[in-house]
Design a protein around this ligand. Structure first.
Ligand code: MN
Length: 521
């Protein structure tokens, strides 16, 4: 499928001449830059870029984000320079393209020990929420065309999607992208488990569809009879990956899963949500302890809805999810929905209204008093699924950390200033071959790394390998590098090392060792 520039522009609510020109220029630039490149499917590479741009446009993003979507692989894959992009498309689009390129270097190593740090690194590196969203959409399209990817690459990419991209999407509240990413990656990562889930749901699929449709119609009728006019209803079947997790915790018994089928009722305002709940409970018996009011008590990732489980006389159990339009948009697009909303309000262009980095907006508690009330019923079910670390913690710890660290740096002064001040521009994360993370200042050397691990290792460094290549001890380390230190008993720190070391820890240890050697000599 090859979308044209015109196809992409049709998704803009009211494109100006300038919007058209920018998108067309980016489109033509991408076509030329990727001339002769093809995807694994044999399609021209442009088809990927056009699809990413089209999805961004569909999500409601503005012209610059869409253009960055068209250009996102140009620096990495073609001879295009940053200067060219700056000259033709300006600083902001260049910044987005650079961000996406940088994110591409956050690699997945296949060890669970890395995952949490990688997610953190991934979010922190993106700096601007739009960068992260372009990258998520990029991955989404890569997954959609996954069948053409060579088999030996499929598994690694699918794992990365499942372990890094989908959880990041989830934690940003981007429910739709998360579900798509998970369900597309699942069969490649866990083929046997996928088969098992399929065997359970395939026989149910037909009845599920007809039941859902019937119940949806009944709900519509009931609501109208009770005087409701302004509402929408959708049906949803639980994603296979999310279902798999739940099946594992319910002895693989689908009858113990009450939200396999769900109907969403979307209304105009919160009052209507409770009215719908009343109408539904009057008509169908709610299951005890299954009412979850995430409107009164938001989920940590911002999710809001009322969930209730009802038994339908035809012996179907299903969940009904009631929410407003705004809540629905937020459940689908998460943090991005706020931006989309802002863009829509301002007509066009990309808002940079906030001086705060986007991740701080996820954590109101850090910036204003935030009371977490106990929920009507413990929101155990869904929560358990993805809060890997501590279920007691309401705000994902890692995002909290990112924001706290940011808060402790200087107060932001405008967008570009904010970027410079971003503490991730002077911290890097590198890995041991075993997958442990060491965070160091930018430009730290293997010497700093060695001392950060242990002073005995530091004191006997004889060489270093970065990403499996022997390097000099003065090499500047980069985000995501895997660093292996070679030691020799006879090796000792030298004065030269003082120049290589960027951390005070390493410098102190080197000085101490040199002095000790001098004394004993
Ligand atoms: Mn791409």
């Amino acid at each position: 499928m090859m979308y044209t520039a015109e196809d992409i522009i049709t998704y803009l609510p009211s494109p100006t001449q300038a919007d058209r020109e920018l998108i067309t220029a980016a489109y033509e630039f991408a076509r030329e830059a990727h001339e002769g490149h093809t995807r694994y499917s044999g399609e021209p590479y442009l088809s990927h870029l056009a699809s990413v741009a089209k999805m961004l446009a569909e999500m409601g993003f503005g012209t610059r984000t869409i253009s960055a979507g068209l250009l996102h692989d140009s620096i990495e894959d073609t001879g295009v320079t940053e200067n060219e992009i700056r000259k033709l498309f300006g600083e902001e689009i260049l910044f987005l393209v650079q961000g996406v390129t940088k994110l591409g270097s956050v690699r997945y190593y296949g060890s669970d020990r890395h995952n949490e740090s990688l997610r953190k690194l991934f979010v922190a590196t993106s700096q601007d929420i739009r960068v992260l969203i372009i990258k998520l959409v990029d991955r989404l399209h890569n997954m959609q065309t996954f069948a053409h990817v060579p088999a030996h690459k499929q598994k690694r990419i699918a794992r990365e999607t499942l372990e890094i991209y989908a959880p990041v999407a989830h934690r940003l509240g981007m429910g739709r992208i998360r579900k798509d990413l998970e369900d597309m990656a699942f069969p490649y990562v866990y083929p046997d488990e996928y088969k098992r889930v399929q065997e359970i749901i395939t026989p149910l699929a037909k009845k599920a569809d007809t039941d859902l449709e019937k119940i949806r119609k009944t709900i519509q009728r009931k609501l109208v009879e009770d005087g409701m006019r302004d509402f929408k209803t959708h049906t949803r079947i639980k994603g296979t990956y999310s279902l798999y997790h739940k099946l594992r915790r319910r002895d693989w018994d689908i009858d113990k899963i009450y939200d396999y089928l769900a109907i969403r009722v979307i209304v105009k305002n919160v009052e209507d949500c409770y009215q719908v709940l009343g109408i539904i409970h009057k008509f169908w018996r709610p299951m005890p302890n299954r009412l979850k009011d995430y409107i009164a008590n938001k989920k940590p990732n911002g999710y809001q809805s009322i969930h209730t489980t009802v038994c339908i006389p035809t012996d179907t159990i299903l969940e009904i999810q009631i929410r407003t339009d705004d809540m629905h948009r937020e459940a689908e697009f998460g943090i991005a929905s706020h931006m989309i909303y802002k863009e829509a309000q301002q007509g066009r262009g990309v808002s940079k209204a906030s001086n705060k980095p986007w991740f701080t907006s996820l954590i109101p508690s850090l910036f204003r008093p935030f009371a977490w009330r106990t929920t009507l019923q413990a929101p155990r079910e869904e929560e358990e699924l993805f809060s890997e670390r501590s279920p007691k913690e309401k705000i994902p710890h890692w995002i909290q950390e990112v924001a706290e660290a940011h808060k402790s740096t200087k107060a932001p002064h405008g967008f570009m200033e904010d970027l410079k001040n971003d503490f991730f521009s002077y911290r890097i994360f590198v890995f041991t071959p075993e997958g442990d993370v060491v965070d160091l200042p930018v430009d730290a050397s293997p010497i700093d790394f060695a001392y950060a691990i242990h002073s005995e290792i530091g004191n006997h460094v004889s060489g270093a390998r970065v990403n499996n290549k022997l390097v000099g001890l003065d090499t500047g380390l980069k985000n995501g590098d895997i660093v292996e230190i070679l030691t020799k008993d006879s090796s000792r720190p030298t004065q030269k090392w003082m120049e290589y070391a960027k951390t005070t820890l390493a410098q102190r240890k080197i000085r101490a060792s040199i002095e000790a050697t001098a004394k004993s000599a």
